[in-house]
Design a protein around this ligand. Sequence first.
Ligand SMILES: [Zn+2]
Ligand SMILES: [Zn+2]
Length: 318
Amino acid sequence: MSEQRLYAVPEPLYLELPSSWLPRVALSQGESLTAVKRFLGFSQQKDVDLSFLGMQADAVAAMCGLKAGVFDEAIRVLRLALSLDMRHPVLFYAEGRPRYRFCVECLAGLRTPYFPLHWRFDAYRMCSQHQCLMEENCPHCGAMVCPQQGRGNSGKTRGSQTFSSQCFQCSKFLWDMIPLKVHGIPDRLFIQHEKMRLTNGGAFVAALLTGEASIPNSDETDPGIVLPRIERMGMFASGMKSRAAYLRKKMPAKYWRSMNAGGGSLYSSQLSTELAVNASIGDPDNGTLGPSEISRKEWENVSKILNYWREGKKFSRG
Ligand SMILES: [Zn+2]
Ligand SMILES: [Zn+2]
């Protein structure tokens, strides 16, 4: 790679994480991820998604023969997420390594599998499109998912991991599992307000995309103020009990039988914005359902943002 620029580099897909795009670049060049990162000026050690924020994105685009501004939207949303005064707006391990989740059905259905940046948001624990819990582990070997291993030098045998949809450790397809549909989770494991909190993960993403989040009786529309406030109200999913790995172990066998037999959920009702509007919220800390302190109007506003996400933004390939 002695040239000044690369040729035939794939464009980043909608909201694609740099950690997902770089391996695709490496594959397109027949080079190692390390060589591509070095050529483009990425640090070898750091979290590439975050280190990209400190780089000249348009210079990287130019070196790849891509038009200026191609990374702008992803950078804007990631910056905004990181700036939020919240517990874990963006996923990391304790030692600072990046952490990811994925939707089984999204990964199986994407023509070019990739990791969009909202898969690194802690509040986004349920796919808004498929209503299934986001997963963190390979179903075959249990490895924590990570898209940024170099294609060609990872996988079970050298070169056997080609797509983001493959486990970096065992090379098998990550989507090769039965998704954990929220409506199939029994209420004893997962009380109703937990399902609403999961729904709000979509609203969280929508607020970051639109740059707006409104709450009644307040003129405030700055997501930087509104989203932390919503978190303090306990309206975003958090903790072990809304994680797929935990719930998978607790699920009754009939769920898996049902999914295997018909591919359908045990529960036919669709998760809708009405669920969020009509339900009452309890105190998430003591787990009891009680009268809501959040007005119906307030829910409607969150739902509006959610609708924006569902209808317009999800995986639209512009
Ligand atoms: Zn999905
Ligand atoms: Zn694996």
